[in-house]
Design a protein around this ligand. Structure first.
Ligand SMILES: [Zn+2]
Length: 360
């Protein structure tokens, strides 16, 4: 019964309603009063539905705008990444080192910089052959050249990308002439790395093996550090240049020992530095009991004779120039301790000078 009465009420509410003063007007008016809250609730329900619909439409519109913007950004991102990533810069090369056993090196100007590599824009920088990560345990133990995450540049074109943290900016008292400066982060720093890793002191008997541009820079570094090295040679331009520098030149172990005795360097175990991987066999022969043998391994490490281990020779391999040492090498060039102009050449075929090439 209650249900049928409710249906009737609704029917009445929807009808136009009786005229005023009729016999049914009083109860109907009461019913109308009861119906008003329901109508207001229904109106509010409609408004809420309309409001929800408007909110839903607005949300859809915002999502569509967002999707369009994301797509636009996604299209633009690869172009930025291809140009230069956050920690890198792009360098327009002015001159490069040609050849060399440790990879490419050069000098150039920064033409684009990454988000985290600000401050080098338009500056002239020295660039070496490797970008180690600088964070791993190998790097922390001085092994930048053999970092498992290293980026190697075997050759340089007109432009290249490099990690900003390893570049050495010129100027501020560190001015070097182009194109000779191209060799600084390459052969010159390779020579400095050989010296630094050997840890030679002024009263140590040091023998340099190999007649290369790196040997030449190494001799100049040793002399500047107060060390009187001897070198293996048997005549020719290399021996002449060594004698011009006051360096003892000898062809075998006995002659080298005599040279050290003459300079009162005693009979202490030698420090033999091999700057040319092709002459490592001769260097191993010279490394006597308890000697230290430092070898520039380059990209193709030479085999080491096992009998050196029987003499308790300490063998140190150098895979390439350490980027942290470029500043020291450059400073020695600026001070004239390393004759950079004389140690580099634009011509091909000079075995005692690093060949450099200008980029047009
Ligand atoms: Zn590393």
């Amino acid at each position: 019964m209650a249900r049928s009465a409710g249906v009737a009420d609704r029917r009445v509410c929807r009808a136009a309603g009786p005229r005023a003063g009729s016999a049914a007007s009083a109860p109907r008016a009461r019913r109308r009063r009861r119906c008003r809250p329901r109508r207001r609730r229904a109106d509010r329900g409609c408004e809420l539905r309309r409001l929800r619909r408007r909110l839903r439409d607005a949300a859809r519109e915002r999502a569509a705008r967002r999707t369009h913007r994301d797509r636009r950004r996604a299209r633009a991102a690869p172009a930025r990444q291809a140009l230069v990533s956050a920690d890198d810069v792009e360098v327009a090369l002015e001159a490069v080192q040609v050849g060399g056993v440790t990879g490419a090196a050069g000098v150039g100007r920064v033409v684009a910089d990454g988000e985290h590599a600000r401050g080098l824009m338009n500056r002239r920088v020295l660039i070496g052959p490797i970008d180690p990560c600088g964070e791993c345990d190998v790097c922390r133990h001085g092994g930048a050249a053999v970092c498992p995450h290293v980026r190697v540049r075997d050759a340089l074109g007109a432009r290249t990308t490099a990690a900003a943290r390893w570049l050495v900016p010129l100027s501020d008292g560190l001015d070097l002439a182009v194109p000779a400066a191209a060799a600084v982060a390459g052969d010159v720093t390779a020579a400095y790395t050989l010296y630094a890793r050997t840890g030679a002191a002024p009263r140590d008997p040091v023998v340099v093996v190999g007649a290369t541009p790196i040997s030449r820079f190494l001799i100049e570094i040793l002399l500047a550090k107060g060390i009187a090295p001897a070198a293996v040679g048997s005549g020719g331009a290399w021996a002449d240049w060594l004698r011009g520098k006051g360096v003892a030149v000898a062809g075998d172990r006995a002659a080298l020992a005599a040279a050290f005795a003459e300079r009162s360097l005693g009979t202490r175990p030698w420090r033999v530095i091999c700057a040319d991987p092709a002459t490592v066999a001769a260097a191993v022969e010279l490394a006597g009991p308890r000697a230290m043998l430092t070898v520039l391994a380059g990209r193709s490490p030479p085999p080491i004779a096992g009998d050196a281990l029987g003499r308790e020779v300490t063998v140190l391999g150098i895979a390439g120039p350490h980027p942290d040492l470029v500043v020291e090498a450059a400073a020695m060039c600026v001070k004239g301790e390393i004759d950079l102009a004389a140690g580099t050449t634009l011509a091909a075929g000079d075995p005692l000078r690093t060949r450099v090439c200008e980029i047009a």
